[in-house]
Design a protein around this ligand. Structure first.
Ligand SMILES: O=C(O)c1cc(=O)[nH]c(=O)n1[C@@H]1O[C@H](COP(=O)(O)O)[C@@H](O)[C@H]1O
Length: 225
């Protein structure tokens, strides 16, 4: 059986709580995602502590700056040996090329295309006309041409991206079980739909971390896949 594609988003302010939760659901997930909230609060020390659980670490820092600065940041996180790191595709081709060149040999670098908390109205307000679908495909193409391993997109676009980038690595967040609370997510699909669309990684946070019984929630999601 292939590896469990669920990466639990540990967006929790306390390190001990994050560690305890990860330990509890470890048998029902394939990896752990540490994002901005976690990294700003706990830095390298926090990553080392969570890595002790033995699951692959997805360091979701969504780097977005000039190429030289992003390459320097990538070098600085080398020691943490992340399995996956994110940059923003809108940082441009040179930035993505330099990020990939600076990444560790076994680290997948994936580009965030259009955040799953945005819809087409939000996109228009940033000055980008057209559909979410077109914007994601355009940025996926740019990330591919820059030599990245894959992209981050919503489950609404993943099948289309998969069609044009057969061996890409596709990270899909913004997932909600049927009838799950959306919160700030606007382009949500179920974990099963994302997997069927060709997602390589399913990022799931609040449906597990905020559940009354996180273990039961993780198990129930795993069973739908
Ligand atoms: O890069 C990401 O992981 C990401 C990209 C994106 O477009 N949307 C998105 O929600 N995420 C992350 O995925 C996680 C989703 O969390 P939940 O909405 O709680 O499941 C959060 O940690 C976000 O930072």
């Amino acid at each position: 059986m292939s590896r469990n594609p669920i990466y639990l988003a540990l967006d929790l302010p306390r390190l001990d709580a994050a560690e305890a939760l990860a330990r509890k659901v470890a048998g029902h997930i394939g990896g752990l995602k540490l994002g901005l909230e976690f990294f700003c609060a706990h830095g390298h020390h926090g990553v080392h502590e969570i890595a002790k659980l033995g699951l692959p670490i997805f360091l979701d820092l969504k780097l977005h700056d000039i190429p030289n600065t992003v390459a320097g940041a990538m070098q600085a996180i080398h020691v943490l040996e992340p399995a996956i790191v994110t940059v923003h595709a809108s940082g441009g081709r040179a930035m993505m090329e330099d990020a990939k060149a600076a990444a560790g040999e076994h680290c997948k670098v994936v580009a965030v295309t259009m955040l799953t908390s945005l819809d087409e109205n939000d996109l228009a307000r940033t000055g980008v006309a057209g559909s979410a679908h077109d914007q994601v495909l355009r940025l996926a193409d740019l990330a591919h041409s820059a030599g990245l391993d894959g992209i981050v997109c919503s489950g609404q676009e993943v099948a289309a991206v998969h069609k044009q980038w057969k061996d890409g690595y596709f990270v899909v967040p913004g997932l909600r079980p049927a009838n799950g609370k959306l919160g700030d997510q606007k382009r949500a699909v179920t974990p099963r739909e994302a997997r069927d669309g060709g997602a390589s990684v399913l990022v799931i946070g609040r449906p597990i971390t905020r559940a009354e019984d996180p273990l039961a929630a993780a198990r129930a999601i795993e069973e739908t896949l």
